[in-house]
Design a protein around this ligand. Structure first.
Ligand code: PEP
Length: 256
């Protein structure tokens, strides 16, 4: 399938950074650098949840969407401190990151909770970006493909082919996140292509070909062009470089 038929997504993950007072300056610098970006990609910034309303206000009519970095697996109820996907939809979040490796590592998220969150997200208008990826130890022991296939299969347990159309997958090798070490375009492509084959095995080739698969892990203004040129890489999930309007703009333009 021609990758141009899939949605290209450049998603920033601001993690626990930025304040409401930073938004205007960020927007004022970014927007003039990405004219007509809607012609070739969806640009979205996943902010801390408290920043979603002011970010939506700041990016109003700029074509840049706003998403969240996490959600509860529960629809509603007695879960103090949690935020439901319906609440995210209610305030206007378009995307939600699920199962980021930092959530898996520091907050005990598992493949099972990722699956629960995904099933809940798919009952809402919010588009889930499901993160998978191996640690350095797993890569060095040669289990990357099995491990990533397992993560994808468990995440998608109970997801129908129709609902799969709404799922975005981000391949994020854990050893590349925030480390400055990027997977080579060939290594990233190899795993993204393998993920697509897993999807084809679970569903159909046609369904697999329609899913946007992003790469994440130290993507920046220097390496984005080569990564985004790969046939099975449909965009990026970008941490550090999304905090700098200039670098984020270069990445958005590299997706052209
Ligand atoms: C991320 O947080 O998903 C990420 C890829 O971070 P970085 O770009 O900083 O490696």
């Amino acid at each position: 399938m021609n990758k141009k038929l899939r949605k290209t997504i450049i998603a920033g993950n601001w993690k626990m950074n930025m304040l409401a007072s930073d938004l205007k300056a960020f927007k004022d610098e970014l927007i003039p650098l990405i004219p007509n970006h809607k012609d070739w990609c969806e640009a979205v910034i996943c902010t801390p949840s408290v920043l979603i309303p002011p970010a939506l206000k700041a990016f109003n009519e700029t074509g840049v969407g706003v998403g969240a970095q996490n959600m509860s697996q529960h629809k509603s109820g007695a879960y103090t401190g949690e935020i439901s996907v319906d609440q995210l939809a209610d305030i206007g979040a378009e995307y939600v990151i699920i199962g980021h490796s930092e959530r898996r590592e520091y907050y005990g998220e598992t493949d099972i909770s990722v699956n629960e969150k995904l099933l809940t997200a798919l009952d809402s208008p919010v588009i889930p970006i499901v993160c998978v990826g191996e640690t350095l130890y797993q890569r060095e022991t040669g289990v990357t493909f099995e491990l990533v296939a397992l993560q994808v299969k468990i995440a998608l347990d109970g997801v129908s082919e129709e609902k799969l159309r709404k799922v975005v997958i981000a391949y994020e090798p854990v050893w590349a996140i925030g480390t400055g070490k990027t997977a080579t375009p060939e290594d990233a492509e190899e795993v993204c292509c393998a993920i697509r084959d897993v999807l084809a095995g679970l569903y159909s080739r046609e369904a697999a070909d329609a899913v946007s698969i992003l790469y994440g892990g130290s993507m920046n203004d220097k390496n984005a062009v080569d990564l985004l040129a790969q046939p099975d890489i449909d965009g990026g999930l970008i941490g550090g470089a999304s905090l700098k309007p200039e670098s984020f703009a270069v990445i958005i333009n590299a997706a052209r």
